[in-house]
Write a protein that binds this ligand. Structure first.
Ligand SMILES: [Zn+2]
Length: 315
């Protein structure tokens, strides 16, 4: 890539696709996003077509200096062959190969979306200067990504840090992964909304994370309890991670983080309850400093920052 050229950053989640050009300072230009409906198997090409249109709208006549992508997991890394749990249309979808065909010669780097969030927060957000950071996405799914001693921990296949499938209640609800009682089964947006509906919450609007946040802010008890239950599960899982990894900071992003202290307050309480030893309890749970754009900025950093967040030899 030519130093200084903006990078195309793409964030692929269960309910929306977002893309932007990002400069070497982390500033976004031409940010676009499109909603994507829950997809089914066999609709992979339709979803790819939606992504192509989005990318064309962002790039227009500009040729990006590289492409960084955060995508829901799991995936095969560094090949960028993705099978997002919450995007049924893509199973073993060769995302990196497709983007390379679209932009011949460009660097294309694909990582888990929570790894992208962790990188974004470490580069320009709440984790600047922090040595050991976990980024967590609480959205359609729940993901986690690790920056340890300043380097990204990808694991063998790019899936290290998958906090969403840490078990917080062995007798809890079934998870999309096939397991039971995972953090994701309790704290993913659709599960939080469903729990509220099952316990008597109703809304004149669409029952989703946004309307549930509004209800909780308006003082509706069931909505407040729904976030408290999710936050408690989140803080419990973070306590386990802090013991395993001696984390300094855990930055929480994703759509449900918009609930703010409704989610993070109970998360911090559960964390304080379960993280008793000083090496774990010193970890801080904070909201992602880059808010909804943490994943996009982190995806860009995978390319902009050379080998700081990407092992040399993994291209
Ligand atoms: Zn699971």
């Amino acid at each position: 890539m030519t130093t200084g050229d903006p990078v195309l950053a793409i964030d692929i989640g269960g309910t929306k696709l977002a893309a932007a050009l990002v400069d070497s300072g982390g500033l976004l230009r031409r940010r676009h996003e499109v909603p994507c409906q829950p997809s089914r198997r066999g609709e992979g090409e339709a979803l790819w077509g939606t992504l192509v249109k989005l990318v064309e709208a962002v790039c227009a006549d500009a040729l990006p200096g590289g492409i960084g992508v955060g995508c829901g997991g799991p995936m095969r890394w560094p090949q960028g062959v993705v099978s997002p749990l919450n995007i049924a249309a893509w199973r073993d979808f060769p995302l990196r190969v497709r983007l390379r065909e679209m932009f011949p010669g460009a660097h294309v780097r694909v990582a888990n979306d929570a790894i992208a969030l962790a990188v974004g927060e470490h580069w320009r957000g709440a984790g600047v200067g922090v040595r050991n950071l976990m980024g967590v996405v609480v959205s359609t799914g729940v993901g986690g990504g690790l920056v340890l001693d300043g380097r990204v921990e990808f694991g063998e296949t790019g899936n290290a840090g998958h906090l969403g499938h840490v078990v917080v209640d062995p007798d809890g609800p079934e998870c999309v992964c096939g397991g039971r009682g995972c953090l994701e089964a309790i704290a993913r947006g659709p599960a939080v909304v469903q729990w509220a509906l099952d316990h008597g919450w109703s809304t004149a609007g669409e029952p989703d994370g946004r309307t549930l946040v509004a209800a909780a802010r308006a003082g509706e008890q069931i909505a407040i309890e729904a976030f408290a239950r999710a936050g408690t599960a989140l803080g419990t899982a973070v306590a386990s991670a802090a013991h395993l990894l001696e984390l300094d900071v855990v930055a929480i992003g994703g759509g449900l983080a918009n609930a703010g202290d409704l989610l993070l307050g109970p998360a911090r309480s559960a964390f304080a309850c379960h993280a008793r030893m000083e090496f774990a309890s010193r970890c801080h749970i904070v909201r992602a400093g880059l808010d909804v754009d943490a994943g996009l900025i982190g995806a860009a950093a995978l390319v902009v920052c050379g080998d700081q967040y990407w092992p040399s030899g993994a291209d």
